[in-house]
Ligand binder design. Structure first.
Ligand SMILES: Nc1ncnc2c1ncn2[C@@H]1O[C@H](COP(=O)(O)OP(=O)(O)OP(=O)(O)O)[C@@H](O)[C@H]1O
Ligand SMILES: [Mg+2]
Length: 295
C-alpha cells in the first residue's frame, strides 16, 4: 500500500503541472455514486448493477459506467457484448452518447475497457473533449460508477467526482484490511472530499456480523484518519447471487424477493433518504473530476 500511495502521489504531482480549472454550465442534477473496494471480488459489480435496478424501480433514469480497468464486468453480468466502449470515446472514434447501451432491464450502461487507463495521460485538450463527452451523460438521474479494486489515479478521480463514494467489504480480515487501506489513501490524498464515505458489508450471515465489521471500521477510521465513514448497510451471503451471475442476469431480476435483493433495496432506500443533502450538480461533478485539488 505504501509503495502504491507514493507512486500515486508522484503521478498526481506530474498531473498537476498541466491541470487547469475547468468551467462548465451546471446541468440537471445528476447524482454520481462511485462503488469501490480495497480487495477484489468482494461484490462491487453485483452491487453496482443491482443498485441501478433498485433505483430504476423507483422511477429513476440510471446508468452504470464500467470504469474497471481490467475486465469489462458489467456487460458480462448483463450478457451484453457492446461493440464500443470508453476506449473509443477517448480515442475519439465514438461519442459518449453513441456508446451508451440500453438494456432490457430499464437501465443503460457505458462499457469500460482497459484503454480507459489512458485517461491519466490525456493532455489538456483531450481532457477538455472528454469532459464535454461526459457532460452528455447528464440526462441520467443517477450514474453508478463501478471501479476496479484498489487505488489508481482513475479510481481516485471517480471518488473525487462522486456525490457518494461507497466502499464494499466482506467480513474477511483481508477484505477489511484492504478496505481500511483504501480509506486511508483516500483520507490522505483528498482533503476536500465532497461527502463522507459509505460502507457496505457484503456476504454476511447476519446483520450483527455486518454491524460488528462496520463498528470496528468506523472506530479505527475515526481514531486514526480524518475522514467520516458512514455505515450504509449489509448484503446477506445469498446463493441467488452466484446463480444470477452464472445466468448473466441481475439477482434483482432473477428474484426481487431474495435476501440479497431485499438488502440492496434497503441500501438504496437509505441512499434516497440521505439525498436530501445538498449535492453540487453535474457541472460541479465535472469540475471536481478534473479540477481536483493538488494531491
Ligand atoms: N452477497 C453475495 N452472496 C453470495 N455471493 C456473492 C455475493 N456478492 C458477491 N458474491 C460472489 O462474488 C463474486 C464476485 O462478485 P463481483 O464480481 O460483484 O465482485 P467485484 O468486487 O466486482 O470483483 P472485481 O474486483 O473482480 O471486479 C460473484 O460472482 C458472486 O459469486
Ligand atoms: Mg467488478
Amino acid at each position: 500500500m505504501e509503495d502504491q500511495a507514493e507512486k500515486l502521489r508522484e503521478m498526481m504531482r506530474n498531473k498537476k503541472a498541466h491541470e487547469k480549472p475547468v468551467s462548465l454550465q451546471n446541468g440537471k442534477k445528476t447524482r454520481i455514486i462511485t462503488i469501490t473496494s480495497g480487495k477484489g471480488g468482494v461484490g462491487k459489480t453485483n452491487v453496482s448493477v443491482n443498485m441501478a435496478l433498485a433505483y430504476a424501480r423507483l422511477g429513476k433514469k440510471v446508468m452504470v459506467m464500467d470504469a474497471d480497468l481490467g475486465l469489462a464486468n458489467v456487460n458480462v453480468m448483463l450478457n451484453l457484448i457492446p461493440k464500443f466502449n470508453l476506449y473509443h470515446v477517448i480515442r475519439k472514434q465514438k461519442t459518449m452518447r453513441e456508446i451508451i447501451v440500453d438494456t432490457e432491464y430499464g437501465i443503460s450502461i457505458v462499457a469500460g475497457a482497459s484503454g480507459f487507463s489512458k485517461i491519466a495521460n490525456l493532455n489538456e485538450e483531450e481532457r477538455q473533449e472528454f469532459i464535454n463527452e461526459i457532460e452528455t451523460l447528464s440526462s441520467a438521474d443517477i450514474i453508478i460508477v463501478d471501479t476496479s479494486a484498489g487505488v489508481s489515479s482513475n479510481v481516485l478521480d471517480f471518488i473525487a467526482a462522486a456525490d457518494d463514494a461507497v466502499i464494499i467489504t466482506t467480513s474477511e480480515p483481508t477484505a477489511i484490511t484492504d478496505a481500511y487501506g483504501i480509506i486511508k489513501i483516500i483520507a490522505t490524498e483528498m482533503d476536500n472530499l465532497n461527502r463522507g464515505l459509505k460502507l457496505v458489508v457484503n456476504r454476511v450471515k447476519s446483520a450483527a456480523e455486518a454491524k460488528q465489521v462496520a463498528d470496528r471500521m468506523i472506530s479505527i477510521v475515526g481514531q486514526f484518519l480524518n475522514i467520516k465513514v458512514e455505515y450504509l448497510g449489509f448484503i446477506y451471503d445469498d446463493s441467488m447471487v452466484s446463480q444470477a451471475v452464472i445466468r448473466q442476469k441481475p439477482f434483482m431480476v432473477m428474484d426481487p424477493k431474495c435476501k440479497a435483493s431485499q438488502c440492496v433495496q434497503h441500501i438504496v432506500g437509505r441512499m434516497e433518504k440521505n439525498d436530501t443533502q445538498e449535492s453540487g450538480g453535474f457541472g460541479n461533478m465535472i469540475k471536481r473530476f478534473f479540477g481536483r485539488a493538488a494531491l
